[in-house]
Design a protein around this ligand. Sequence first.
Ligand code: COA
Ligand code: MG
Length: 312
Amino acid sequence: MTISPTSSPKARLHRSELAVPAIRPELFPKAAAGAADAVFLDLEDSVPEAEKDRARANAVAAVRDLDWGRKILAVRVNGLDTPHFYKDLIALLAVGGDRLDIIMVPKIGDPREPFAVDLLASQIEANANRARRVGLGLVIETAKGLANVEAIATASPRTESLHLGVADLAASLGMRTTAIGGLNPDYATTAGLLDPWHFALARVITAARAAGLRPIDGPYGDFRDMEGLEAATRRARALGAEGKMAIHPGQVATLNAAFQPGEAEIAQARRVLAAMEAGRKEGRAAVALDGRLLDIASIRQAEAMVAKAERI
Ligand code: COA
Ligand code: MG
């Protein structure tokens, strides 16, 4: 049996995911009270080397003590190739309590890495009597990670989401850009601009959907450019992304609105289901609605849309 993305237990509302540097605890209550479906406290690249211990302590306290409501709560830990990773994981799982939903692991390059994180997390959880198993969010942001993404996606049953990391990926691939997301005037034909992230994003989405995970697009760094954000968000949505990272709270409303099915779309999905049900009663699996073909695949598309609307 094939499992559609929204019928999997990993289907959670994940339209927007706000990054919050863990060295800025004054931002935590704002993020907790904000509209993002998911928040991640960052221990990695927004924290200078000398501040790693302080950031970790802030994140542990925030996970334990703040009210995060029904948000997906994540902490992005330092990479497996740093001397900080094991300390991050132990502190969050052994001292941080049960509220943390997701450990986000950056720069995943190989399926042995999530496997190793899973083993270590299992030991810490057993030792700490943690009441539930923490999930993993894996950031794909290196050439190696992108090349191995299918194997990475299925390496640990804890994995819930794959995230495209655009800035690091650009550096790793040698892309000629210093922008975080968005278009590049060099990447164009005489007919106009192309999307330089298309291949990476489509690849991450395909691997994530094939494994029943949530594909999350990387951030749009130019946080004053709302038009650019909207266009990048529509492109990600068109390809199948479940949501997108935000680096500024001013981006969240745009993401929530874009990844939320509109009323007209939901109404149309319900019409599709009604037309297919009527067809089924007449013994048909392919019917016409408004001059267009519907078949059993249309039911899956419509059900995914209606299920998402119901979660909202
Ligand atoms: N989470 C929660 N609140 C935030 C926030 C965040 N990530 N970024 C900004 N805010 C708050 C500010 O405190 C300010 O609140 P106020 O109205 O109560 O004063 C308000 O939102 C507007 O912020 P603004 O002044 O426009 O931004 P800034 O100059 O303070 O910060 C950034 C801009 C980009 C440095 C900051 O948004 C940031 O650090 N983002 C996250 C970066 C990150 O984590 N990167 C790594 C992962 S990709
Ligand atoms: Mg990165």
